[in-house]
Design a protein around this ligand. Sequence first.
Ligand SMILES: Cc1cc2nc3c(=O)[nH]c(=O)nc-3n(C[C@H](O)[C@H](O)[C@H](O)COP(=O)(O)OP(=O)(O)OC[C@H]3O[C@@H](n4cnc5c(N)ncnc54)[C@H](O)[C@@H]3O)c2cc1C
Length: 153
Amino acid sequence: MNAYPRLPEFEYVRPQTIAEASQFLVTHAGKARPFLGATDLFVQMRDRVIKPDYLVDVKGIEGMNDISFDPSSGLTIGAAVNMNRVIAAAEVKDHYQVLSEAAQSVASYQLRTRASIVGNICNASPAGDTIGASLLLDGMLNIFGEVASTRSR
Ligand SMILES: Cc1cc2nc3c(=O)[nH]c(=O)nc-3n(C[C@H](O)[C@H](O)[C@H](O)COP(=O)(O)OP(=O)(O)OC[C@H]3O[C@@H](n4cnc5c(N)ncnc54)[C@H](O)[C@@H]3O)c2cc1C
């Protein structure tokens, strides 16, 4: 057994827009994965659970790093906002304490500088600490996607 397994090789892709990311993912369906902090993804790749050819870094896309609160529409957390930023946000502490506490229970400060709430939800582990809090608060995920063309000539 290899005590120091390495990541398999992959190609790093950094799209500028959500449409570009989505198009790439649909064109390379089954071979490409979106990633945020990669705290789940790299572990699964290291352990050979998954072996994507492409990792699509969606952190640079506009809006992904924004966190905002509006009394009527509520809290909006960009997919790339890390857990430490969620914990530090006054609007989360004031209005969504259970989410703040759930995020704080995740691993360590160092890990939380990478790990995101959206990644925690998308990974869908039954042990995901922020999933229960998001459900309790009636959280919603905004999902953007292209559909692969199935038309044949
Ligand atoms: C040492 C260690 C300790 C941990 N401790 C805890 C803990 O105490 N509690 C806990 O809940 N978790 C824990 N985790 C798990 C992990 O840190 C969390 O699940 C984290 O929140 C995942 O976020 P991420 O940004 O790193 O996601 P990533 O690893 O980047 O992505 C996670 C999954 O989501 C998918 N994905 C990413 N972005 C998108 C997107 N925009 N659209 C669709 N799918 C997407 C990826 O393809 C991947 O399948 C731990 C992990 C490690 C390594």
